[in-house]
Every structure is written in structure tokens, then in C-alpha cells.
Design a binder for this molecule. Structure first.
Ligand code: ASP
Length: 356
């Protein structure tokens, strides 16, 4: 009996020492805070073989529980910022997310942040955060195309990869990134390219900047505007973002939507033009009316790659328009909203589009 007791004591002492060593090791690991916003990665369906599901159902702690081995590489904690499908993403949630990210870095609460997010508007949130979170500490977004309950769900792998990207020393100073399906993408360039496939993201102008595979992270290029970053745009709780809308151009499109937006007194309009940011004569006349009403009009393109060039088929000086450079219409809208908090001057706005 005595012998058994001493064996048990010895065993429990051994376990205590092991857990102490583990927690000491744990404290040396990089600290990552996961800010969860919902999306398919937190989605649940009635059964594994059914496509129908609801986004944003599963809390962040349960998601972290799907990748237990992550505890060996990082000190992880999660915070639920929102629980929405990203089609319901709002400026308010963006602000909440950005303010919390800035607070985490200002108070040195973490070495890196991972944001779990629906894929539909992930590229917009990535660019928004890129513009208003000035820290050079990593911020990495990820999500999934299949809900957590699906056969071969891609969420746990994407989340694990995003954490490996976030804690990699090479990630510092690269701005906000998206890590998805083993690709690493610059937040400014990335775009959702597929409605349902698991390789949903790409950067049409630049390609992926790196790869995450099996816990290893490799970078192959750097985004130029991250190497020489422009002055960050300051966002506070009181910042009220002006209203900027997007109008899509197509063959024989009537300009009613532009006139409607003029009547709504919006602050800016981004035209998703055809080709090099072109539009028809009806749009041209309506754009003149918008500019006359004091609305900033930015020419972007519905083409997924390339840049919109000043003074090509349209004389921007004459018309009073600016161009989006190589930003997609949805990203040009974000930059215009933020830029308008700084200036209304057309030349300065154009300069911002050429530098951010
Ligand atoms: N509609 C979902 C969302 O954006 C799609 C996804 O996450 O893949 O939240």
C-alpha cells in the first residue's frame, strides 16, 4: 500500500513538473489574438452532405478547439467581434474591428492578430484594416468556403495556416494579409475569384506573395506600397465615413442610378466602368451633373485586372473625375470614403489613389 502511495505521489509530481515546464514554454510562444466576425468558417449546416448552412453560428473558442495542436506553436485567445455572414459586414463592424486591433497593438496585448471572416467581403475588410491599422505587427485574415459541419471542411486548415503566417517573423511589416487555401495575399490586391471553390482567392494583378504549407511559410515577393508605406489614415471612434456608392456600367446602361445618387446627396460615386474605366454618353452627362453637384466621381473598372489610366479615352481634367489606379471598384470605394475624411481636393484625392 505504502509503495503504491509513493508511486502515485511520484507520478503526480512528475505530471506537475511536466505541466509547469509546458506552461513555462507556453509563455515563450508568440501571443495571437483571434478576432472573430463570423462567416462560413463559423457556419453550421443540418448535415455534412447538405450545401445549405447558416454563416457565423459557431463561437470562436469552438473554432480554436478544432486545431488543438496550435497550442504548441502559439498562445491563442479569441474574441468575438461580430457573428455575421460577411454579406452583412458593416462600416460599424469595420470600425470596431480596427479600433480593437489598434488597441491590442498599442497595449502590447498580442504579437499578431488573426481575423476570421466570411469570404464574400473579406477583401474589403482586409483593405480597410490595411489603411487604418498602422502597426507593423501582423494582421492576417482567413475564412473558409465550407461550413464547419461539411465533409472536408477547409476552415480548421485555413485557421491553422493563418496562425502560422501571423507568427512567422517574415510577416512583420507586410501590412494586412489574407491567408487562404495555402496562399498568402496582400490585403490591397486580393480578390474573391470563385463563388464556391476552396481556392477562392487570388490577386489578379500580382498573384500570391507567399505560401503557407505544413506549418512552413515562404514569401516570394513584397507589395511595393508596403515597402514604402504612405502615412496611415487615422480612424477614431468619432470618425464618420462619408457615403460613397458604386454604379456598374454595362452596354446601353441608362444613367438613372447616378441621378438617383445625386438626389441622395452622396459624397462620392465610384463607377465600375468598362475596360479602362469607360462609360457611355448617358453616364458621361450624368457624371458631369454629379461633379457639378460637388460629388467626387472616381473611374474604376469592372475588368478584374489592370489599372485605370488618367486621360485615355476620357479627359479627367475636363470632366472633373479621378481614377482608381488598379483598385477594384469595391476597394476604390473604401479608399475614397477614408480619403474624403482628409480632403475634398481633386488633385490631392488623385495623389492618394496613386500612393495608397
Ligand atoms: N456568405 C459567406 C460569408 O461571406 C461566405 C463565406 O464565408 O464563405 O460570410
Amino acid at each position: 500500500m505504502k509503495k503504491l502511495l509513493s508511486i502515485l505521489l511520484l507520478l503526480s509530481w512528475g505530471l506537475q513538473m511536466q505541466s509547469q515546464a509546458q506552461s513555462q514554454d507556453q509563455s515563450k510562444l508568440p501571443r495571437v489574438i483571434i478576432l472573430a466576425t463570423g462567416g462560413t468558417i463559423a457556419g453550421a449546416g443540418a448535415s455534412a452532405d447538405r450545401a445549405g448552412y447558416t454563416a457565423g453560428k459557431i463561437p470562436i473558442d469552438d473554432l480554436i478547439g478544432t486545431i488543438p495542436s496550435v497550442k504548441k506553436i502559439a498562445n491563442i485567445s479569441g474574441e468575438q467581434i461580430a457573428s455575421v455572414g460577411s454579406q452583412d459586414m458593416t462600416i460599424e463592424i469595420w470600425k470596431k474591428l480596427a479600433m480593437r486591433a489598434n488597441e491590442i497593438f498599442a497595449k502590447n496585448e498580442a504579437d499578431a492578430i488573426v481575423v476570421t471572416h466570411g469570404t464574400d467581403t473579406q477583401e474589403e475588410t482586409a483593405y480597410f484594416l490595411d489603411l487604418v491599422v498602422p502597426s507593423d505587427k501582423p494582421v492576417v485574415l482567413t475564412g473558409s468556403m465550407r461550413p464547419a459541419t461539411a465533409i472536408s471542411a477547409d476552415g480548421p486548415k485555413n485557421l491553422y495556416d493563418a496562425i502560422t503566417v501571423a507568427i512567422n517573423p517574415e510577416t512583420k511589416g507586410r501590412g494586412v494579409l489574407v491567408s487562404f487555401n495555402e496562399g498568402i495575399f496582400d490585403g490591397r490586391e486580393v480578390m474573391k475569384m470563385s463563388t464556391t471553390k476552396t481556392n477562392a482567392f487570388d490577386s489578379p494583378n500580382t498573384g500570391a506573395i507567399g505560401q503557407a504549407y505544413d506549418g512552413r511559410v515562404e514569401y516570394y515577393s513584397s507589395a511595393v506600397r508596403e515597402v514604402n508605406p504612405p502615412k496611415p489614415i487615422v480612424l477614431t471612434a468619432d470618425t464618420k465615413l462619408p457615403r460613397v456608392d458604386i454604379v456598374y456600367m454595362y452596354a446601353d446602361a441608362p444613367a438613372d442610378q447616378i441621378d438617383f445618387l445625386i438626389s441622395k446627396k452622396v459624397d462620392g460615386i465610384v463607377i465600375a466602368g468598362v475596360g479602362n474605366g469607360n462609360f457611355n454618353k448617358a453616364y458621361l452627362e450624368a457624371v458631369k451633373r454629379a461633379v457639378k453637384a460637388g460629388i467626387v466621381v472616381c473611374r474604376a473598372s469592372r475588368a478584374p485586372s489592370g489599372r485605370v489610366v488618367l486621360y485615355d479615352e476620357i479627359n479627367d481634367d475636363e470632366l472633373g473625375t479621378i481614377v482608381s489606379d488598379d483598385l477594384t471598384p469595391q476597394k476604390a470605394r473604401i479608399l475614397l470614403m477614408l480619403a474624403l475624411t482628409r480632403t475634398k481636393d481633386r488633385k490631392q484625392l488623385q495623389e492618394i489613389f496613386f500612393t495608397y
